[in-house]
Design a protein around this ligand. Structure first.
Ligand code: PHE
Length: 339
């Protein structure tokens, strides 16, 4: 019987256990009711008294060894099972990643830039955190102009004034500093004004600035450029209307309305006027050209600043400007195909 015990010990050492099935085979062979361990205990009953002590000890050792081996491989087999879980079907197609979509403001900005690119304008950008010179002084804002007031402008620091730009006209100044005429640029960007948030206005919004400076640029060029732009953006039948206005950096100045898509019948969007205001514009004031080192006797120019939110409101028939900034995916997903 001692030989038999010895033999089983060797067999155990050679037994290959990797999977749950191997482990079960091991259990059946040695530890189950019909296993070899039980057979040995049966046989032990017939062992003579003088041998009982020695064989009993060996038998117990074997039992401990078998149990330990079983426990050890149980863990191994469990890990193996987790790694190659039968739940995963590797032939299934992979899960698709949800595709993001462009924000309607980005779509509108890109479209505006594309239209002006066709008209020969190139793109420039400038910083959102600016100084007083680029946002106000170089643009002919007198020192006490109300637009500099704390109520309109988010100041970051006073003396010297550092602020969040209130319009993209600051980039006009940066462009004029760098370039000599002819200049034909558009400048898209985000601007900030300390205003109450409502359905029609927000303290953060976007503009696309335009600047054209060359010899003999006239108001007619401005009007024709803006008409071509409005028709590209809103369709062939679109009309524009220029109303006299005032900006410190343009003279004369105007505000441009485009005919509403309601066709003049009147709707909520145009407040029943048939027209929607979308941009400010004018001829660059000679004082601004001079302040930026451009000879105002030789060159003239026009500038405009398009309100992108307004454009997108019209284009996509959005009712409330605040929805642009709420990041509600149900709103944003509606634009997923409008690339
Ligand atoms: N900067 C003006 C605004 O924010 C718009 C504008 C730009 C007007 C260029 C004239 C010329 O209201």
């Amino acid at each position: 019987m001692l030989d038999r015990i010895q033999q089983i010990k060797q067999d155990i050492a050679a037994f290959k256990i990797e999977t749950a099935a191997d482990l079960e085979a091991f259990r059946l062979k040695y530890l189950s009711k019909k296993g070899q361990m039980n057979d040995l205990f049966e046989a032990f009953k017939t062992v003579s008294k003088d041998q009982k002590r020695e064989i009993g000890q060996k038998l117990n050792e074997l039992k401990v060894l078998l149990n330990e081996t079983f426990e050890k491989y149980k863990e191994v087999a469990e890990q193996h099972a987790a790694a190659s879980s039968s739940d995963s079907d590797l032939t299934l197609p992979g899960e698709s990643f949800p595709l993001g979509s462009r924000h309607p403001i980005s779509i509108a900005m890109n479209e505006i830039c594309d239209i002006f690119a066709k008209l020969g304008f190139s793109v420039a950008e400038g910083p959102e955190i600016e100084d007083d010179w680029h946002v106000f002084s170089a643009l002919n804002f007198p020192p006490e102009h109300p637009a500099r007031d704390m109520q309109d402008t988010f100041f970051i620091q006073k003396c010297p004034d550092i602020l969040l730009r209130t319009h993209t006209s600051s980039v006009q100044v940066r462009v004029m500093e760098r370039m000599k005429p002819p200049i034909r640029m558009i400048m898209p960007g985000r601007v900030f004004r300390n205003e109450a948030i409502s359905a029609r206005s927000h303290c953060i919004f976007h503009q696309v600035e335009g600047l054209y400076i060359a010899e003999d640029v006239s108001f007619t060029d401005l009007k024709q450029t803006l008409l071509a732009f409005a028709r590209e953006m809103f369709g062939e039948k679109t009309d524009i209307r220029l109303r006299p206005s005032y900006f410190p950096f343009t003279e004369p100045s105007a505000e441009m309305d485009v005919s509403c898509s309601c066709g003049g019948k009147g709707c909520n969007l145009c407040k029943y006027t048939g027209w929607l205001e979308v941009l400010g514009c004018g001829m660059v004031d000679p004082a601004v050209l001079e302040a930026n080192g451009i000879d105002s006797k030789k060159y003239t120019g026009f500038a405009f600043g398009i309100g992108v939110e307004r454009m997108a409101l019209m284009k996509y028939k959005i009712k409330d400007i605040r929805t642009y900034f709420e990041n509600d995916v149900r709103f944003l997903q509606q634009f997923s195909t409008a690339f």
